[in-house]
Design a protein around this ligand. Sequence first.
Ligand code: SAM
Length: 458
Amino acid sequence: MPETNLPKDFESQMLELLGQAEFEQFKTAINKPSRTSIRLNSAKNFSLSWANTSIPWSSTGFFLDERPSFTLDPAIHAGAYYVQEASSMFIEHILRSQNIPRGIYLDLAAAPGGKSTLLSSYLGDEGMLVANEVIQPRAQVLKENIIKWGLGNTVVTNNDPEHYGTLEGFFDLVLVDAPCSGEGMFRKDPQAREEWSIDSVQLCSARQKRIMDQAGALVKADGYLVYSTCTFNEQENEDMIRFLTEEFSYEPVRISIDNAWNIRETSVESEGKIFFGYRFFPHLVEGEGFFITVFKRSSDAYIQEPKRVKDFKHPYLKEIWDRDSSQLDEELGFDGKGKYYTLNDSFFRISKDWNLHFQKISQHLSLKYFGVEIGKKQKSDWIPNHEWALSILPKGDFPSYEILELEALEFLRKNELEIPDLPLGWVLITYKNLPLGWIKNLGKRVNNYYPKEWRIRM
Ligand code: SAM
């Protein structure tokens, strides 16, 4: 990789943070290529064929020896894994080592969805995640990644953090992976070096304060707030710890780390308590630059429990009554815990355990997606949706057909497939037993139902 000059002000800042000798190591590290890593979707059955090494703070993360062409691997389109740099996977260690209770979680700045898919996996069927992204086209990418991950426990919203104002004390955990000046991306993305300036750090810090001012209030008593950035400077990290703890009543959370991981702990004194943060430097850790800190909301803070609404009204969602929802679940061969809504006659399924939370969210926010979109029903026949294919829900009575890599790529390009002896009607296409989508055999012709906007062009 060609060496790009670092901004002078950035150099001074890093010299202060690291000292001369370490700063030299830092500079060498950011001019080396980064190591590719992925995180497996434990709800989908898939084993890696590439040479790999485990990421020490993640149960499902792996460094790959080489970077394959992910677009040409059908398994990624089936949501079998997510390409994510290793430092970000530390969130899993935080959740597990603190034994953070599952419940209703919010990822306030979620696109493209790396940390949301991690939270979704941690929650499994014991919680619901709200994944929010303010920028519309990015929210679309987030939705796609959530659909591919397929756990059915996530609601995607497209809102400014301010719109969450009515949900004070509502969440068991809020993650703010803040938009930042991106110093930790200087290796992966040399353009980030050109865009960096002292002014941009200040702008980012002001924006982060606005976001944290909202986010801090959304966590319920004894709930957790996790704040992270991919930048090193103190204005966007330590100063944000000070800001949050002066505005709201939070307790410190200290994370146990293995010395061999080379993650740097930093501490901040605020309101008479010591708070902790964790920095990942690219010359010490095989991952990108990253900072993360965790807080626990004080026990006397407010808790907002969603109330049962007698007559749920929504501009475009129609609630399916509980008894009919149970019948649908039985008919489709699911676990009986489904609650259904329709939108333009298409059925969506969420877990009934989180229905009241969902109703409250749907009343106040702009929904992009929720649960699993199953499809439409015509008389007694289902017209299955692509989202159902990619979800981990069983696929009812539909037959499936396993294809090999080349055919799978043709399917993902939305080309016609020539498959002999295919049953008539809807057929689920699988690759390495991972569902990829639907085709419909009309006898004379086979239609490929892979979504047009998702098709691969390579
Ligand atoms: N958490 C994501 C992941 O792991 O894939 C990455 C999030 S990225 C660091 C920050 C996100 O914040 C971006 O998607 C950006 O569009 C969004 N964002 C930008 N301005 C924002 C604002 N004022 N409030 C909330 N989010 C914002």
